[in-house]
Design a protein around this ligand. Structure first.
Ligand code: AHR
Length: 494
């Protein structure tokens, strides 16, 4: 039975707001653990079926995910990476030990990266090395990738097998300059950034959009300095924010077999993204009222204890991660005007991954399915949505909203509504009223399971996956029962 006092959602389909950039659904692929090697790249001699070294199962799954953007090669890896080690005949490339002291074989370099993203249909966000690189090295890399011809670096690229320039949609000048990128202060980096950006030449057509690497978490000092100093020199300032169940880096909390206290603390911690975005946006609104600079959350997601992990930062991924992803999407949609790009950490086998691999086996995670269900939101027009009479979910001293929702008119013309119920015990009855159009029903997918830590394994890869869902409207109102601990995306039938 439907509750007498449902949660009410009002959507105004007649007043579309800012477009939710497809780049909000970006991915991050770093040379770290088995994120690139093993997880995606196995080399042409591998028994695992591959195309020019990239495993076919993973490429196929990423294609179906409609990945719009991939950030590469790091992260902290980018802060010490020398791109020249990764070009030319693979058997002649040097092995090197970059900053993280792990041997890098350089089988995957610039050409291989672009081969991957061409196969999956994504755009490139290449991250340059400010930490141990030089202005010249970075300028050369941008030239190598994007010059039309008539330059020695373009000729070198052609000699290495790529006639046409690569399309670099975005280029990041450094990473975490406050930490692994060089322990700098924002003023110092602002000067460095100007220096680097000045020499990253390119024609209007081929020059990547330049991104400044910002701060971490609630520290807005980097956003403050960079948005003041780098006007017209950057289209975005990044921020990194991870979700740690306990809120403490020393003992973060487990990926599986957690109790309800860590279910709620994880969701409560992830919801802090809302205030974080507001804080950074307030700084941008002051310094950049013309709204030329985006806030780019280019590292986000869950980070659990690594104990016994199969490779660095490998963690399992459960229904809880699906809710984390969906709650963050709702926050990003809400701030679509400023949050113009995000890349979750990371795509394969590292942190909150879409895909996990073990030798020739591959498994799709609940986060994969969440990204897939939300694909219609890419480049959709956000719609105003208000929730009244919301439920709440409380455990101990923590209370979070029960229902979270977002709506948009997608490029296929349909209105999509996404819903999250954070309560692990109770279903939520939601009455949806849509003005500006007549709604007859809704159909889509729901992702849920009996266990909070439901997850797919290499032995049982189908434990949790989306199921079909539909609802009817009566008297112009849709009645939707959102199961406990669930993520749902439906298209409205108008
Ligand atoms: O995503 C893992 C690491 O976290 C990245 O290399 C770094 O930028 C951040 O500290």
């Amino acid at each position: 039975a439907f509750a007498a006092n449902p949660v009410n959602i009002n959507i105004d389909a007649g007043k579309p707001g800012p477009v939710i950039s497809k780049y909000v659904y970006g991915q991050f692929a770093e040379h770290l653990g088995t994120g690139v090697y093993e997880g995606m790249w196995v080399g042409t001699k591998s028994n695992i079926p591959n195309t020019r070294g990239w495993r076919n199962d993973v490429v196929g799954a990423l294609k179906e995910l409609h990945v719009p953007l991939v950030r590469w090669p790091g992260g902290c890896f980018a802060d010490t990476y020398h791109w020249r080690d990764g070009i030319g005949p693979q058997n002649k490339r040097p092995s090197n030990v970059y900053g993280d002291k792990v041997e890098e074989i350089n089988a995957v370099g610039t050409h291989e990266f672009f081969d991957l993203i061409d196969m999956i249909g994504a755009d490139a966000y290449v991250n340059g090395n400010v930490g141990t690189g030089s202005v010249q090295e970075m300028a050369d890399w941008v030239q190598y990738m994007t010059a039309e011809g008539g330059s020695p670096l373009a000729r070198l690229r052609i000699q290495n097998g790529r006639e046409k320039p690569f399309k670099v949609a975005f280029f990041g000048i450094g990473n975490e300059l406050w930490g692994c990128g060089g322990n700098m202060k924002p003023d110092y980096y602002a000067n460095l950034y100007s220096n680097y950006e000045h020499f990253l030449w390119g024609s209007e057509k081929s020059r990547p959009k330049m991104i400044a690497s910002g701060g971490s978490g609630f520290d807005t000092s980097w956003t403050q300095v960079l948005s003041k100093e780098l006007k017209d020199r950057t289209i975005g300032i990044t921020v990194h924010q991870y979700t740690v169940p306990t809120g403490k880096w020393e003992v973060k909390g487990r990926d599986l077999r957690f109790k309800e206290d860590e279910w709620i603390s994880t969701l409560a911690n992830t919801l802090k993204m809302e205030q974080l975005v507001k804080d950074h946006v307030a700084v941008l609104d002051r310094n950049d009222p013309e709204k030329k600079i985006g806030l780019m959350v280019d590292e986000w997601g869950t980070w659990y204890d690594e104990a016994g992990a199969r490779s660095a930062l490998f963690q399992q991924n459960s229904l809880r991660d699906a809710l984390v992803a969906a709650l963050n999407f709702h926050i990003f949609h809400e701030h679509a005007e400023r949050v113009t790009l995000t890349t979750i950490a990371q795509m394969v086998n590292v942190l909150q991954a879409m895909i996990l691999t073990d030798k020739d086996k591959m498994v799709l995670t609940p986060t994969y399915y969440t990204f897939q269900m939300y694909a219609p939101f890419q480049d959709a027009k956000s719609l105003p949505l208000a929730i009244t009479d919301n439920t709440s979910y409380t455990l101990g001293t923590t209370t979070i909203p029960g229902v979270s929702a977002s709506a948009a008119r997608a490029k296929d013309g349909k209105v999509y509504l996404s819903l999250v119920n954070t309560d692990p015990h109770k279903a939520a009855d939601v009455a949806v009223n849509v003005s500006g159009t007549k709604v007859n029903g809704a159909a889509g997918k729901v992702l849920t399971s009996a266990a909070m830590d439901a997850h797919n394994t290499f032995q049982n890869p189908q434990v949790i996956k989306p199921a079909a869902f539909s609802a009817r409207a009566a008297g112009g109102k849709l009645s939707i029962k959102v199961p406990a601990k669930a993520v749902m995306v439906v298209a409205l039938e108008e």
